[in-house]
Write a protein that binds this ligand. Structure first.
Ligand code: AMP
Ligand code: GLY
Length: 427
């Protein structure tokens, strides 16, 4: 089967790497891809938001399955468009992708189905939002309703910050994504990323993972798309996974089906593990980036039939095998990220990095030009390693990081610190 993968990040490089191992795969195309994906797939200069262009390509290249990585084309309806043309695709419809595309939609779904989440209210009027904020007190969380590339969430320590956030969001700082906002209770606990494959009715849990959202060591500094991840996440014990499935995932999948918008694809629950158990912070309707990289490093089953089963409504009874090894990924980003950063630095040393045992170098934002590999984004490389323990995987990942020749890049040096502490304590 010929497959078209949509996206250009480290997530898509990891998916391409996993798909390449499938005996079911004939040709793999990636739109638009990146400098690393080019070694595994034929990269095509197609804009994923140009639905007609994607459909024409699919027809011309006898594509049997389209796998959509990022959220923007999902929320905009790429899967609906492909399905209407008779093309099989992996990912939710636009209606089901509202679980990521509208925070208010998800909060209302939680409220209607008694799914544990932070107490909240929705507003499009600034004065009303501020009155509510003053009643609730700080700290408090303000979120633009729509997609804001991870920047639409303000964790306000003071009432003044909260009120300024309301003015920013409703004043147009996030465009249409900020026509409405959600104000919610500040939750305390440890965060985890939880992924399930869903076929409309059945949800199959994937391995557990945790990422690091803040740019700096010690989880300090501004939020990013994610600076590193590891799997498994020790906080997600079997009991916590069972509670998450029963209280959060199953009721969501059932509610979406009842509402006539069955969810198919990857449902990614951002969780806060509180002293009262798992709370939903938010849903994403795609694989996490960089969590996908550590999941693919541990997946032992063939990925392609699993994604096909999700698209076909055939996940009941499906099983996935995961390596007992731990996996870690360290994001190397361009200096300045998540603010302004440069592009076009020459990067070397990746062959040596890739020779460290257990290491895979995934590219997140690179381009090939005249035989040279250039930085081409904020998050640029995902140095991924497996090992017998998290400690072992971390040490392999950083020894590979140290072989990368890129003075304009930086990374966090403390990826997986919580898991490392746990491993130290348990000897
Ligand atoms: P989100 O984009 O909704 O995942 O939010 C980004 C980050 O903000 C999350 O990963 C959390 O670290 C934090 N966050 C979001 N909502 C809350 C909340 N209600 N309480 C505490 N932290 C939150
Ligand atoms: N790493 C978090 C995300 O993909 O949104």
């Amino acid at each position: 089967m010929n497959v078209l993968l949509i996206g250009s990040g480290g997530r898509e490089h990891a998916l391409a790497w996993a798909l390449r191992k499938s005996p079911l795969l004939d040709r793999l195309y990636c739109a638009p891809g990146n400098g690393g994906i080019a070694a595994l797939a034929e990269c095509v200069a197609l804009d994923p938001m140009d639905f007609a262009g994607v459909t024409d390509f699919v027809r011309a290249h006898d594509i049997g399955f389209v796998i959509v990585g990022p959220e923007a084309p999902l929320v905009a309806g790429l899967v609906d468009h492909l399905s209407a043309q008779g093309v099989k695709a992996f990912g939710p419809t636009a209606a089901a992708a509202k679980l990521e595309g509208s925070k208010g939609f998800t909060k209302d779904l939680c409220a209607a189905n008694a799914i544990p989440t932070a107490a909240y209210a929705r507003f499009s009027d600034a004065a009303a939002a501020k009155t509510y904020i003053r009643q609730q007190g700080a700290p408090i969380v303000i979120k633009a309703d729509g997609l804001a590339a991870g920047k639409g969430v303000i964790l306000a320590e003071t009432l003044a910050e909260a009120e300024a956030a309301v003015d920013d969001i409703l004043g147009g700082a996030f465009g249409a994504a900020g026509a409405e906002l959600v104000v919610e209770e500040f939750l305390f606990g440890e965060e985890a990323s939880f992924f399930v494959l869903v076929d409309g009715k059945t949800a199959l849990p994937l391995a557990t993972a945790q990422d690091h959202k803040r740019v700096g060591d010690g989880d300090m500094g501004p939020n990013t798309g994610g600076m590193g991840a590891y799997s498994p996440a020790p906080v997600m014990t079997d009991a916590m996974v069972a509670a998450t499935m029963a209280r959060i995932i199953e009721p969501t999948v059932a509610a979406m089906a009842r509402a006539g918008m069955p969810f198919k694809g990857v449902l990614f629950a951002g969780l806060m593990i509180t002293d009262k158990g798992p709370y939903l912070i938010e849903y994403n309707t795609r694989f996490g980036d960089p969590e996908c990289q550590v999941l693919m490093a541990r997946l032992q089953s063939d990925l392609l039939p699993a994604l096909l089963a999700a698209a076909d409504g055939a996940l009941a009874g499906f099983r996935l095998d995961w390596s007992d090894q731990a996996a870690v990924t360290v994001v190397m980003a361009a200096r300045g990220y998540p603010g302004d950063y440069g592009k076009g630095d020459v990067i070397g040393g990746l062959d040596a990095a890739g020779l460290v045992p257990g290491v895979q170098v995934f590219h997140a934002g690179t381009a090939l030009k005249d035989g040279k590999l250039l930085s081409n984004g904020g998050r640029v490389l995902n140095i991924t390693a497996t090992g017998a323990t998290i400690t072992h995987a971390v040490s392999r990942a950083y020894s590979a990081v140290d072989k990368v020749e890129w003075p304009g890049g930086f990374c966090r040096r403390d990826i997986a610190w919580r898991a490392l502490e746990r491993e130290r304590q348990s000897g």
